[in-house]
Design a binder for this molecule. Structure first.
Ligand code: ADP
Length: 175
């Protein structure tokens, strides 16, 4: 049985991620989609939110499980018995980082190899950041993210907007 891990930040999961996970699940016996707990990135969603949204997005794929993790991806891979790390490649600029990470991971754990799947053409320019930027200014993200993620983005920015508004109000009241 070949187990693979698809690690990422998934802040939030997009249809590009879903496409990679769906195709990887068809290639391997079991796919663990692993949501990194503390990436060196500014996050919009908490780990629990990212994990829940990812689980909901992939719930119809029977050989996929979703979990969050801390620490090295190769350690997680070894702990779940995975010999493969799946990553997605979009434009050329992804390559350098993925190449560096794949070689580093192989040095750390020679028994774990990286498999990069090419993006689906329609998702080539889709990223979590782009979906967040569009949603932040009230744009439509249908087709970019699953419907429950679109709703979560809308809700998050409404709350953040309300919080920012009340801060402004507090500041102006103080002034
Ligand atoms: P990370 O912070 O680890 O890059 P991301 O959630 O941004 O986490 O991405 C996880 C993986 O999914 C990466 O390998 C990334 O290249 C890939 N990926 C992200 N968006 C797409 C997409 N639209 N098409 C294909 N792969 C993608």
């Amino acid at each position: 049985m070949t187990i693979a891990v698809y690690p990422g930040t998934f802040d939030p999961i997009t249809n590009g991620h879903v496409d990679i996970a769906t195709r990887a699940a068809a290639l391997f016996d079991h796919l663990v989609v692993a949501v990194y707990d503390r990436p060196l990135k500014t996050l919009l969603f908490s780990t629990a939110e990212r994990e829940a949204m990812t689980r909901e997005a992939l719930k119809d794929i029977s050989n996929v499980t979703v979990q969050s993790y801390l620490g090295l991806t190769v350690n997680l891979a070894q702990s779940v018995g995975a010999r493969v790390i799946v990553r997605g490649l979009r434009v050329l600029s992804d390559f350098e980082l993925e190449f560096q990470m794949a070689l580093t991971n192989r040095k750390l754990a020679p028994d774990v190899d990286t498999v990069c799947l090419m993006t689906g053409q329609r998702y080539a320019f889709l990223s979590s950041s782009i979906a967040k930027e569009i949603a932040m200014v009230g744009g439509c993200v249908d087709g970019m993210v699953p419907p429950h993620v679109a709703a979560a983005l809308k809700d998050k920015f409404r709350r953040l907007g309300a919080a920012a508004g009340s801060k402004v109000q507090i500041v102006s009241l103080r002034d």
